[in-house]
Design a protein around this ligand. Structure first.
Ligand code: UDP
Ligand code: MG
Length: 323
């Protein structure tokens, strides 16, 4: 019989001592039951990545890795606080040679532990990426809901492709992790990078809960920064907007010239008005246009320095060699 796949959970933790024991209990229970059901192998584990916590998070992780049931857990201690995205990537890259698939999940139990099984099923059905998507935002406040949904819409408008209402709860196969390792960029925005990789994917819907304990490590300030990161790491559309604005201003200046002629001919013009207004719009337009053109080149340089793979081969069909 074929050996079941090895699944690794990757859970970033930053000052999560308040929730970690419960997270370990729930995730440990889930993984153990999936092992019992023969869906995943006995080598499967939960990896907690300590992202430079200043509380007792690492002590808790170390205890989990030493205590009873230690074969279910492993821990990675980052030397300093690298941020959520970097912590997730550190976890994924550390375990990628040990697993057939990895699921990333936050430590605060907002993501549904039960959805893990659906993700594993979707993976067994041949999907290389399974996105966890929130089915509703009932538990979010009106403000959080509006800002979060606005975030996805704005991203799309700005040219960054993301899966609507999907954060960082997802399953990735070993093959996807291998491809992810070829993205050497340091401005990380995983939910934009994974769709770039491609391969067969599907979505699993779940209800997002409230944080089990502790406080959010993502205040509005960090969220705005993250949104800006997502746009500027994936899209040069803002630069294109400048170029278009420049064009528009030059067009307006042409309109202004026509308008100035019209008022002159009908005898309504003030002395010196036309030349001043026309030059303001014209010079402004030319300057903005030039900025936009420089921006376009910067956009190209930016794309080059990212050194992203230009393509990813999913399959190579090649018949038998001639004898
Ligand atoms: N996190 C991290 N490093 C940080 C900030 C957060 O590893 O610098 C982790 C945190 O422990 C949690 C996850 O990222 O597991 C998501 O953070 P949080 O739940 O506070 O964000 P929210 O759900 O409020 O957006
Ligand atoms: Mg959270």
């Amino acid at each position: 019989m074929k050996e079941p796949m090895t699944l690794y959970m990757v859970v970033p933790c930053y000052n999560e001592e308040a929730v970690l024991p419960e997270t370990a209990k729930q995730l440990g229970g889930k993984i153990a039951s999936l092992i019992r059901d023969g869906k995943i192998s006995r080598k499967s584990r939960i990896t907690f990545v300590n992202d430079g916590s200043t509380d007792g998070t690492w002590e808790l992780i170390s205890q989990l890795c030493a205590g009873k049931g230690a074969r279910l857990f492993c821990g990675i201690d980052l030397a300093h606080n690298a941020g959520h995205q970097a912590a997730v990537l550190a976890g994924l890259m550390t375990v990628r040679d040990r697993c057939d698939a990895a699921i990333t999940m936050d430590a605060d139990l907002q993501d549904d532990v039960e959805a893990i099984e659906s993700m594993v099923d979707a993976c067994l059905a041949g999907n290389e990426v399974v996105y966890g998507v929130r089915s509703s935002r009932k538990t979010d406040s009106w403000f959080k809901r509006q800002t979060a949904e606005g975030f996805y819409k704005f991203m799309k408008l700005m040219g960054t492709e993301v899966v609507f209402n999907h954060a960082d709860f997802r399953l990735m196969s070993r093959r996807v992790l291998e491809e992810l390792s070829h993205f050497p960029e340091s401005n990380l925005f995983l939910r934009g990078m994974i769709p770039l990789i491609g391969f067969r994917s599907t979505k699993v819907y779940y209800e997002r809960r409230e944080r089990f304990a502790g406080e959010s490590k993502y205040p509005l300030r960090k969220m705005l920064h993250f949104a800006a990161e997502g746009i500027t790491s994936f899209s040069v559309k803002p630069l294109k907007i400048i170029t278009n604005l420049g064009f528009l201003m030059v067009l307006v200046s042409v309109g202004m010239v026509l308008w100035a002629f019209f008022t002159k001919l009908t005898g309504h013009s003030e002395q010196g008005w036309s030349s001043t207004v026309c030059s303001i719009w014209f010079i402004g337009g030319i300057q903005t246009l030039c900025l936009g053109i420089i921006g376009e080149y910067i956009g190209k340089i930016y794309a080059e320095v990212k050194h992203r793979p230009r393509y990813i081969v999913a399959e190579f069909l090649h018949g038998e060699e001639e004898k």
